[in-house]
Design a protein around this ligand. Sequence first.
Ligand SMILES: [Zn+2]
Ligand SMILES: [Zn+2]
Length: 304
Amino acid sequence: MRHFPFDRPGRFYKGNIHCHSTRSDGLLSPADVAHAYRERGYDFISITDHFLGRYGSTITDTSALRTGDFTTIPGAELHAKGLENGILWDLLAVGLPADFAPIGATENAADLAARASATGAFVVIAHPAWNGVTHSDALSLIESIDAIEIHNEGHTLDSDRGNGWMLADSLATAGHRISAFAADDAHFKHDRFDRFGGWVHVRSESLDPDALLAALKAGHYYSSTGPLIHNVCLSASEIVVECEPASGIMLGGWGTVRSYVRGDGLTRASFPLHMFRSAFFRVTVVTADGRKAWTNPVWLDDRP
Ligand SMILES: [Zn+2]
Ligand SMILES: [Zn+2]
């Protein structure tokens, strides 16, 4: 049941796990970032300031910003050399301890990701389309990676390179069970509205940061830039999706495998399994105005 959050106990908590503050290159203080998200109805954030020597290589302490109805998970954006194209890796680690040691001068991305993962953090490849992360780049640290950032609001707006599904689908097609997530990468810059555009709905029994982190690690969440998904149900014969009114409900699977329903105000679609020859599927819901929600890849042999 790794990727079936809809029938799990608890409720969904809305969060953004990629944003920056004045502790690195963001324009708002950590307190103002937290305030902005809480005002907007979010339940939690992770401030993922750049973990670089020029910013002191510190994990931004957000523990004082927690309230009864809003919490924070400590995190950071980690950088290392070694992409095939010569560009730096950008990794996120959500749930890092405050004493995470600075990155060594010769530490490569695989060692860094492994070190972050060993702390229990949710370790992900950020904006792969923007950096040009290839399938073989990703394989070099696949054992330490929990997810791929498949929507980055900031890089959707500044370079049209915010969509990471090509890498996530390529890894799933090769059999790697890696999750996917949407986030803002908010810096609160004045010339682009890089916030409140991509988020996760995490299924958890409480707002406790450790419970949210465990749910992220387990894939108990879905991602959105707008619509809600109410249920995804897999039986022996079909996949059923229920959602807010949509103009399309789509399944993507191995290679070129797909199924879809298009229409006005769709709130439910069912897909016969015998038509869908793939070991996994992922759901996309798209609204008439182009906003989307996505499930993680769901593996058929994970069914209850
Ligand atoms: Zn980045
Ligand atoms: Zn970032």
